[in-house]
Design a protein around this ligand. Structure first.
Ligand SMILES: *Cc1c(COP(=O)(O)O)cnc(C)c1O
Length: 211
C-alpha cells in the first residue's frame, strides 16, 4: 500500500540469528526490482540467503498464477501437502506459455525496466512538485495521501472526470485517516501521457483543496 520495501537485510540477519527460514512474497518486486528484474532479493544482493522466494505471474508478468522457488525438498513437501494445491487443476497451458514468454522478456529486454523507472521518476517528481504528499515510496507504486475518506472519494471523482481512473483506497484497506489514491506507471506509458496525468492531477487536486 505504501510502495515501500521490507528491510530484507535486517530480516535476513534476524532469521539467521534465530535459525528461522525467511519467506519473501515478492508479488510487486518480481520483474521490477533489482538490476535484472529478479526481485527484491536481487535488489539487496541477498539471492543466496533467502530460502523461499515467491512471486506472482499476474502483475509484472501479465499472466496468472504464481511461483515458489526454494529447495527441492521443501518444494516436494509443499506439492504434497498444500491443501489448496492438491487436486487443483494445473494452470491452463496458455497462461503458462504467457508467463514463460514474459520471463524471457524480463530477461532479454532490460530497456523496458529502464523505461519503467524513468516513467516512475517523471510521475513522482511531477506529483511532489505540484505539492502532493506521497508515502515514503521507493517503487513504481505511488500513493498520494489524502487523509479523510470522503475527500479521497471526491478527489477520485474529479480525476475520473479528467479521464484518470484511480480509485480511492480507504479503511479498512489502509489505517484510518490515511485514505489515498494509489497510482502506478508502466514501461509502456509515453512521457506525454504522464504529463497529461499530471495536468489532470493538478486540476483535480486544486478542486479537492489538496494543493
Ligand atoms: C497481488 C499479490 C498477491 C496475489 O497474487 P495473485 O497472483 O493475484 O494471487 C500476493 N501477495 C502480494 C503481496 C500481492 O501484492
Amino acid at each position: 500500500m505504501d510502495g515501500d520495501l521490507a528491510p530484507l537485510p535486517e530480516l535476513s540477519r534476524l532469521a539467521q540469528a534465530y535459525e528461522a527460514d525467511l519467506y519473501v512474497d515478492d508479488a510487486h518486486g518480481t520483474g521490477v526490482m533489482g538490476p535484472r528484474g529478479q526481485g527484491t532479493a536481487e535488489h539487496f544482493g541477498l539471492e543466496a540467503s533467502i530460502p523461499f522466494q515467491m512471486g506472482t505471474l499476474g502483475k509484472a508478468f501479465g499472466s496468472s498464477g504464481a511461483y515458489l522457488a526454494g529447495s527441492s525438498t521443501v518444494i516436494q513437501y509443499l506439492m504434497n501437502s498444500s491443501r489448496s494445491f492438491i487436486f487443483t487443476t494445473a494452470p491452463p497451458p496458455g497462461s503458462a506459455a504467457a508467463a514463460t514468454a514474459a520471463l524471457r522478456i524480463v530477461q532479454r529486454e532490460p530497456e523496458r525496466r529502464a523505461r519503467l523507472w524513468a516513467n516512475r521518476e517523471r510521475l513522482f517528481t511531477g506529483l511532489t512538485g505540484l505539492g502532493f504528499t506521497l508515502s515514503s515510496t521507493v517503487s513504481p507504486i505511488l500513493p498520494i495521501l489524502v487523509g479523510n475518506a470522503d475527500r479521497a472519494l471526491s478527489f477520485a471523482e474529479h480525476l475520473f472526470r479528467e479521464g484518470i481512473y484511480a480509485p480511492a483506497i480507504r479503511p479498512p484497506t489502509v489505517p484510518d485517516a490515511t485514505s489515498r489514491i494509489r497510482v502506478t506507471v508502466t514501461s509502456e506509458h509515453q512521457p506525454c501521457q504522464i504529463d497529461q496525468a499530471l495536468a489532470a492531477f493538478q486540476r483535480a487536486g486544486q478542486s479537492a483543496g489538496l494543493i
